[in-house]
Design a protein around this ligand. Structure first.
Ligand code: ZN
Length: 735
């Protein structure tokens, strides 16, 4: 340490004064180090160390080398605390200011504030290879912040600001710095949260709703869904006459190319909705169409010299492969437009009979002026309406906003006979016809991406409501669609994703570098209605977090398997008194079940559901690695409850939980990390052997250099581990 002090750069001005000042600082630092050691609190030492010491000390300070993991962890914590201290804008949730237990406002608070005992144990915890991660601090921070922001934004805004005011009055920022505040307990952090979320690549909180929400009526078994039509969250209720039957239609892809990450987002979001509805006991009929006749398909087929059938068949197959990889359940019905041309012609005929459509030279247009409520879904006025992007505006239309229902035949196009001559259907009409044919004139949920609200869904609504006699705008239960659900956009590096900008990624391109579950996990890390920013860093962080989750799960299962008999004896012993640690863990598992359900039932708040896993994951690792955890009476029973809850949550989020699948995911995550690092297994082994030699020769400089070189490529070495545990994928250091 003294050698470090001697190496510090000399200040040419006022050197004597500076020496005295630095000596005093060093003395203060030693005092604090001693105090910190006495109370066995690394945070106390670390926090003060970084805030008080001159940069030269910070740079050269090193804990003993054999304590490498502890040092890594402390450095991460230092960073967290210093960032917070620098901002001085920390506001603490109710559970901190009233740590006796009252005022737990959110499920997140409930999970992370189970007891002060857990916090004390956390300090004593030894980091195991499975739980260690060089980026764990930042990842946890991201998810905690996401959860905090989500939970606060989902509440009433006035209530939130009131909470902030009360909290900041109770605990001044300066006092906060000297208190032991667990990172997860920081409920809201202004400034920091926005920049961090931007860096993390996701905007996990749902966008605010304009109207008042029916929040008070929500229970754990009630699903709230944001309805685009009403612009507010509503309690989801199936139609009384339908019992528990629910019909959900989601607009599918136009099959002329491989699907991109925007498609992945739509279908992952609605897959979670499908799973959640089924979890709630609804008998869901999920229908997702394929648009297999369209200008783009015809052009692409002509360019490539294939038929439209061959082209669409190829990309339908590819779409199924992509969805399967992403863990999306297959819908119950997957109609294709070309299979329903008869139904489309029938629907158009009825629209013409009712004067909602007119035929001109073999084309048929829908007359938007015939429907006074046209524009109600998108909120557009008639004056604002323009023709849909797929419709060429021409003078034959009564109103430029009129859209094509039927298009007359052009050369080299597939055609069908119709009362208006040979031709093919327009885009919007196919969904109206297929919904009516397969699900009926009224459906419960209609979903799709936000870009479909206008013109596609607006036009679907116009066609279907004009064609049927269900008086859609008058009767609540006879609307064409009872809940319109739309997901937010995907941006790439904060820019709109488009082929012309060169930032367009197909699902296949992403899956060549990242595990499909990493992409799914990243997409679920943001609320489905919020825009999501796709970045490589966000994928790396998701990969890191997913590895941590699956490794923890695997370690816990291994512990349960090894102690199978002991576990059974524990369960059969009715007189067994659980240790406080085990009792807390069992309670935590129960709380997690509730908080995950609450998050998902509140308009599918997947980021909050994911954040709810932090507590159980940490506690599971405590049982596996800490002395107190290993000795706790009822440990296996508690571990079993935690594992079961982790599995349940992963399952509803569509992440695999089978043992063999978990093992293969870990292996695949490692293989892909090596691929991204541009290394072969043998290269890594050679580098690790080189480092082992350097360590044996006490050449720590070389050993550190090799470790840092690998860390910059996303390979995190774990000293003390052997075999498969010798390294794990991490977020590359330069990101
Ligand atoms: Zn559609």
């Amino acid at each position: 340490m003294l050698a470090a002090a001697e190496r510090r750069p000399r200040d040419p001005q006022g050197e004597e004064g500076n020496v005295a000042k630095e000596f005093m600082n060093f003395f203060l630092f030693l005092c604090r180090l001693l105090c910190g050691a006495l109370i066995r609190c690394p945070f106390f030492v670390s926090q003060k160390l970084r805030c008080v010491c001159p940069p030269s000390y910070q740079k050269t300070l090193k804990l003993p080398r054999q304590n490498f993991r502890r040092r890594e962890r402390i450095q991460k914590m230092l960073h967290t605390f210093c960032a917070r201290a620098a901002n001085r804008t920390v506001v603490v949730g109710k559970n901190v200011s009233s740590s006796s237990g009252g005022g737990r406002t959110t499920s997140r608070s409930t999970t992370t504030s189970s007891s002060s005992a857990v916090w004390v144990r956390a300090r004593q915890r030894r980091i195991s290879p499975s739980s260690w991660s060089s980026k764990k601090g930042s990842t946890l921070r991201r998810f905690s912040t996401a959860a905090a922001r989500t939970s606060t934004t989902s509440n009433n805004g006035d209530e939130e600001s009131e909470t902030r005011k009360q909290s900041s009055h109770k605990i001044a920022p300066t006092i906060l710095q000297n208190r032991l505040v667990r990172p997860e307990r920081i409920a809201v952090q202004r400034n920091f949260s926005s920049s961090n979320a931007a860096a993390a690549g996701a905007s996990p909180s749902p966008p605010p709703t304009n109207a008042a929400e029916d929040k008070n009526e929500q229970t754990t078994q009630t699903l709230m869904l944001h309805n685009t039509m009403s612009r507010k969250k509503e309690i989801f209720k199936p139609r009384a006459e339908n019992g528990n039957k629910v019909q959900m239609y989601v607009c599918g892809v136009t099959v002329y190319d491989y699907s991109h990450i925007g498609h992945a987002r739509v279908y992952v979001a609605f897959d979670v909705l499908y799973r959640t509805l089924r979890q709630l006991g609804y008998d869901v009929t999920y229908c997702r169409n394929f648009t297999d006749i369209d200008d783009k398909i015809i052009n692409r087929a002509n360019e490539s010299g294939t038929s439209c059938e061959e082209l669409t068949e190829k990309f339908i197959q590819a779409f199924h492969e992509d969805m399967e990889a992403l863990g999306c359940l297959r819908p119950d019905l997957e109609p294709r437009a070309t299979q329903h041309v008869g139904d489309i012609i029938d629907l158009i005929t009825r629209l013409i009979e009712k004067n909602h459509a007119y035929a001109v030279d073999g084309d048929v247009y829908f007359s938007v002026d015939s429907l006074s409520k046209y524009g109600s879904l998108s909120g557009r006025n008639q004056e604002d309406n323009r023709a849909g992007e797929r419709v060429v505006v021409d003078g034959r239309k009564k109103n430029p906003a009129d859209f094509a229902l039927w298009k007359t035949a052009k050369p080299n196009e597939p055609v069908w006979e119709s009362p208006w001559g040979n031709g093919r259907p327009g885009w919007h009409i196919e969904c109206s016809a297929m919904i009516e044919k397969l699900l009926g004139p009224v459906i419960d949920i209609h979903g799709g991406g936000q870009d479909l609200v206008f013109p596609h869904h607006e036009n679907e609504l116009a066609q279907s409501s004009a064609a049927c006699d269900c008086e859609i705008h008058k009767s609540e239960d006879k609307k064409f669609v009872r809940y319109w659900v739309h997901n937010g956009f995907v941006k790439v590096d904060s820019e709109k994703m488009s082929k012309s900008l060169g930032n367009f990624f197909t699902i296949r391109e992403v899956l060549a570098r990242y595990h499909p579950m990493v992409l799914r996990f990243m997409l679920l890390g943001a609320h489905y209605r919020a825009p999501i920013n796709y970045t490589q860093k966000a994928l790396e962080e998701s990969s890191d977090r997913l590895y941590y989750i699956y490794q923890t799960l695997l370690d816990a299962r291994a512990a349960l398997e090894l102690k199978d008999e002991e576990f059974r004896a524990e369960l059969e012993n009715s007189k067994l008194k659980l240790s406080p640690l085990a009792a807390d863990a069992k309670k935590l598992a129960e709380e997690t079940k509730v908080s995950v359900a609450q998050a998902l039932y509140d308009d599918l708040n997947t980021p909050l559901a994911i954040a709810s896993l932090s507590g159980p994951l940490k506690t599971t690792n405590d049982f596996l690695t800490t002395k107190a955890g290993k000795k706790a009476v009822g440990r296996l029973s508690a571990l079993s409850s935690l594992v079961s809850e982790l599995e349940n949550t992963l399952s509803i989020l569509g992440l695999p939980t089978a043992v063999d699948k978990s093992t293969s995911i870990l292996a695949e995550l490692k293989a892909l990390a090596l691929k991204r690092a541009g290394l072969e297994e043998k290269d890594l082994e050679a580098l690790m052997a080189q480092r082992a030699n350097a360590r044996a020769a006490k050449n720590f400089e070389e050993s550190d250099r090799l470790r840092e070189e690998l860390a910059s490529k996303g390979i995190g070495l774990m000293d003390g581990g052997g075999g498969d545990d010798a390294w794990r994928p991490i977020v590359p250091a330069e990101m």
